[in-house]
Design a protein. Structure first.
Length: 556
């Protein structure tokens, strides 16, 4: 975009644009408003989820910042599908699909109205990467502001998150807690506005946006109910208008360097494996060739990056604790000092390293340590290949130190069958649970398996069972978990040929996932025909690409 000729000028200037101006006047704009840069506030506000419920109020603050800086704000809303609510149900199939719809809707609203920049207000898991994907497509000045983490709930003096509720379901099925204890956890876990409080997908992706330079340093750290959150939104609006005037477009910030920084930050905090899927998607939307940013980079980064933040699901603390300890600036300074990230430009106009400043550290904090004395020497991801996953898969290492697992397969057609098997005691120590038919096409929608993985933890099998799926994992998942198996079963992947009893070997150090079973002699996977794959679901299944390339639908 040329800052000397903003897109909105083609919308509002000249005699021929009188009809457009007439309608804009009816929406409340006067001559002064029409003369200023016109920018969008794309808001994922919704009353269905605590992650996004407060974003409508934040938009008012953002608008004040935009107007104070000399811009005119135009509001749009987009959808949200909330993983924590729909997890374990058929509704979870809509979650990853919603990422594409959010990106599409933002692109169409902004491009269709010839606007000059975008402030994205985002809350839960898919809204954050969708915002970056839309920013990459539009290549306009763009600021992404995360609504912030929820505060912890408390039960009998213990801080808890939604992760604890899912695990309590497993404990309840094992008979170790009763109905009243389950209800106690359920009622206390989510005390108000904000996204899930551990280093789950929302907080992982919010951190990624900061380390890519699309979110101003520190603003995403503030919890949803922090008294400074409104001021943060106001500041984000001001920064957006400045970026429009300076012509700091999104693709100048979305680069192989910035994406790698985001991967390092996510790895150093043992974040969600969804980071892999989403950063690949953002790279594809920005037109970055696979030779410059691909799935193998995450293995390279994970081997080189220690875990230096002690965060749930595998650690002790939550996102608000990290913010209080020193937040993104302190984490960034530690990564910078260790030579693990590179300096890049950011949307504010200052460089990433300059934004770390002196990075104040809370006295006695235990959340963020140094690379010289890490929590774990190796980061939380592994990328493996083999005759089970010829195009690759993602191993989640958070919460344990294992790099190898070998055992007999127990094969299930979909999440529900596997969940029933876990809750009825069919899974035993040493098993490799195979869940197939849950990939981007086969689901469709690549559901997360938190219900199953949490039930495994709740039954005390977290250290003795592996799980392999062509679906995904929640950021709240921990244990020896292998997801994103590619090709998926519905695309002829060999996971569709596995049988119960096949020996499976997962070796993260050797980057291998394989079986010694004779897969070549087996009949093809009979993909189930489902009558419910219609409308948006059918469209998505036709268009979506492999998880190993980000599961995008744009055809890039």
């Amino acid at each position: 975009m040329n800052p000397d000729h903003l897109p909105s000028r083609d919308l509002v200037e000249g005699a021929a644009r009188a009809p457009a101006r007439a309608m804009l006047r009816a929406a409340g704009m006067d001559d002064a408003a029409l003369a200023r840069p016109m920018v969008a506030i794309v808001n994922s506000w919704s009353t269905v989820t605590p992650c996004n419920i407060h974003l409508r109020a934040l938009a008012d603050h953002a608008r004040r910042g935009i107007e104070a800086a000399g811009g005119t704000a135009v509001d749009f809303n987009t959808i949200v599908v909330t993983d924590g609510i729909v997890m374990g149900t058929k509704g979870m199939r809509a979650s990853l699909m919603s990422r594409e719809v959010i990106a599409d809707s933002a692109e169409l609203a902004v491009r269709g109205h010839l606007l000059d920049g975008v402030l994205f207000l985002v809350g839960c898991d898919k809204t954050i990467p969708a915002a970056a994907m839309a920013a990459a497509r539009l290549d306009l000045p763009s600021v992404i502001l995360y609504g912030g983490s929820i505060m912890p709930g408390h039960v009998r003096g213990k801080a808890i998150t939604i992760q604890d509720v899912f695990e309590a379901v497993g404990a309840h099925s094992a008979g170790t807690i009763d109905d009243a204890e389950l209800k106690e956890v359920e009622v206390a876990a989510c005390p108000g506005a904000g996204a899930c409080g551990g280093q789950f997908t929302a907080n992982t992706m919010a951190l990624a946006m900061t380390f890519m330079g699309l979110s101003p340093m520190g603003l995403n750290d503030l919890p949803a109910v922090h008294p400074g959150k409104g001021k943060a939104a106001e500041e984000a609006g001001r920064i957006l208008v400045e970026a429009v005037r300076a012509g700091r477009n999104a693709r100048s910030l979305i680069t192989p360097k910035s994406l790698r920084n985001a991967a390092v930050a996510g790895t150093a905090t043992a974040g969600s494996t969804n980071l892999v899927l989403h950063l690949l998607a953002i790279a594809r939307e920005a037109g970055i060739p696979e030779s410059d940013f691909n799935i193998d980079l995450f293995d390279e980064v994970s081997r080189a990056t220690p875990v230096i933040a002690d965060l749930k699901p595998g650690g002790r603390f939550m996102a608000p604790d990290m913010a209080a300890a020193g937040g993104s600036p302190l984490l960034g300074r530690r990564l910078m000092e260790a030579g693990l990230i590179e300096d890049i430009d950011t949307v504010t106009g200052e460089t990433l390293f300059a934004a770390f400043g002196d990075a104040p550290e809370a006295a006695g904090q235990e959340v963020i340590v140094t690379a010289a004395a890490p929590i774990k020497e190796r980061g939380g991801f592994g990328i493996c290949y083999g005759n089970v996953a010829p195009e690759g898969c993602v191993v989640k290492l958070a919460g344990h130190g294992k790099l190898r697992f070998e055992g007999p397969a127990k094969v299930y057609e979909g999440e529900e069958d596997a969940f029933d098997a876990v809750t009825h005691g069919e899974i035993e120590a040493g098993d490799v649970v195979i869940i197939r038919g849950e990939g981007p096409v086969g689901g469709p929608g690549m559901r997360e398996m938190l219900g199953v993985t949490a039930a495994i933890q709740g039954r005390g099998l977290g250290d003795s069972v592996a799980l392999v799926t062509d679906g995904r994992f929640s950021g709240a998942t921990y244990g020896f978990m292998v997801g994103h198996i590619s090709p998926e079963a519905a695309r002829g992947g060999p996971i569709g040929l596995l049988r119960t009893g096949d020996r499976i070997v997962i070796d993260v150090e050797a980057r291998v996932i394989e079986t010694d079973a004779d897969l070549a002699g087996r009949a093809p996977y009979p993909a189930p025909a489902r009558e419910d794959v219609i409308g948006a679901y059918a469209k998505y299944a036709r268009l979506v690409g492999s998880a190993s390339h980000g599961a995008v639908t744009s055809g890039l």
